[in-house]
Design a binder for this molecule. Structure first.
Ligand SMILES: Cc1cc2nc3c(=O)[nH]c(=O)nc-3n(C[C@H](O)[C@H](O)[C@H](O)COP(=O)(O)O)c2cc1C
Length: 414
């Protein structure tokens, strides 16, 4: 009787970005292996099937049983007549689509650089290098080990073989494994199609502010997540991405990031970018304020007497952007509150006609799971001729992916 391990019930719970992909996760003897279960589980939440391979030193620190629980798959701790390293690393049917070694020790990096394989992880690496499977290595070690010239040389050697090395971050005297979310993003990116290679993409994200004095401001609750999802997905699919973001914390992205605060600053940054270089696509996923205070006080306003402040509209960035670079395909956003689907679409169409942009992504913030702060969104994509496309409730990353598919088709790229 076939049996599906109960731990696999989370596969695809966040997205299907890497559905059907098999990832071989190599774990070495570094204390950073406490992050390996998190990495494995998150890859599964995005649809991946994770197969763990461990060194003896890793087994001294973390139990293979834990990794079997985490992944729902048998864990390779020694090579047998089943030639597990070849099964996972040879490429093709049944093999891994990606080898991720996280954490990677100085020892394993050195062996990989020299072509030595005497552990399950180094044997997997040798086979994978020879068969051209993408490999990502995330080193972790004490800072003194990381300063060893041979270790640094070995990392360079891995890079020269086409291996992606996620360089550690130095903190508390350690060369620490980078944030495990960033490792997961790198793994996802390695597995996405590269159908946006050669395209230049500008994305805006987050809210803006208008200040009444030096410390008080008006803003909105935009989290920036929709824009970050576009930036991450376009970069993962091979585009060169610039992100202009309002004052919210952005995750680690393979993008050039420009930070702004006010709507005017966002406008200036967008126009400067579009005037300075040739962008193929602009995604205006930010929620800049439509108003600003008519004046701003220096210092801190005293609360002893009432003050009159007026909110005055600021010019819309969208229309100016299209004028600044007519050849750039512009995707606008229209966030509404409590409308019927027909009203939502007709308001988006009116905005589209007025702004000259090429596609509008409309959503209703009043519905659960569709708001500024949420991880998910449901949108209607409206085109100039009035046709619409519905993207049902999905993770913001998957919404971004589907909108980018529509862009590529519309722009005749694929
Ligand atoms: C508690 C403990 C923590 C260790 N942490 C690291 C580490 O973070 N990075 C590293 O390169 N080596 C670390 N080592 C040393 C490695 O485990 C040792 O070099 C071992 O031979 C690596 O084998 P492997 O590469 O086959 O896993 C640690 C050892 C111990 C006992």
């Amino acid at each position: 009787m076939s049996h599906i391990h109960p731990s696999k019930d989370i596969i695809g719970s966040k997205s299907r970005l890497i559905a059907g992909k098999r990832i071989a996760l190599g774990i070495c003897g570094s204390v950073a292996c406490i992050k390996s279960p998190e990495i494995a589980r998150e890859l599964m939440r995005h649809g991946g099937d994770v197969w763990v391979v461990m060194t003896d030193a890793a087994r001294q620190l973390i139990s293979p049983d834990l990794m079997e629980w985490a992944t729902g798959n048998h864990v390779v701790t020694r090579l047998t007549g089943g030639i597990e390293h070849v099964a996972l690393g040879r490429g093709g049917e049944g093999s891994a689509d990606l080898v991720l070694i996280a954490p990677a020790t100085a020892n394993t990096i050195g062996k990989m650089a020299a072509g030595i394989d005497d552990t399950p992880v180094t044997s997997l690496a040798t086979t994978a290098i020879g068969s051209g499977i993408p490999i990502i290595v995330a080193p972790a070690m004490h800072a003194s080990m990381y300063r060893h010239p041979a270790v640094l040389e070995n990392i360079k050697r891995l890079q020269s073989m086409g291996i992606r090395v996620l360089l550690p971050e130095i903190a508390e005297g350690k060369a620490k494994l980078i944030d495990w979310n960033a490792i997961v993003e790198e793994a996802i990116a390695a597995l996405r199609p590269k159908d946006m290679a050669g395209l230049r993409v500008l994305v805006t994200s987050g809210p803006t502010r208008t200040y009444m004095d030096r410390i008080r401001f008006l803003t909105n609750s935009s989290s920036g997540k929709m824009g970050f999802a576009f930036a991450a997905e376009a970069a993962a699919r091979g585009a060169e991405v610039t992100l202009i973001t309002g004052p919210v914390d952005a995750p680690k992205l393979n993008a050039r990031v420009i930070s702004v605060e006010t709507t005017r600053e966002m406008r200036d940054a967008v126009i400067k970018e579009l005037s300075g270089s040739a962008y193929d696509l602009l995604v205006m996923a930010a929620a800049p304020l439509d108003f600003e205070f008519d004046r701003s006080f220096d210092g801190k306003i005293s609360s002893e007497a009432p003050i009159d402040l007026r909110l005055v509209p600021v010019p819309k960035i969208l229309a100016e952007a299209k004028r600044a670079s007519p050849r750039t395909f512009v995707i606008g956003f229209k966030a509404e509150y409590g409308l019927t689907k027909d009203e939502l679409v007709s308001r988006a169409l009116a905005r589209l006609t007025g702004s000259g942009c090429d596609m509008i992504v409309a959503n209703d913030l009043s519905l659960p799971g569709r708001g500024f702060m949420s991880e998910t969104n449901e949108t209607y994509i409206v085109f100039p001729e009035g046709s619409t496309s519905h993207v049902p409730l999905k993770s913001k990353r998957e919404v971004a992916s589907q909108v980018l598919d529509l862009y590529l088709r519309r722009a005749g790229i694929c």
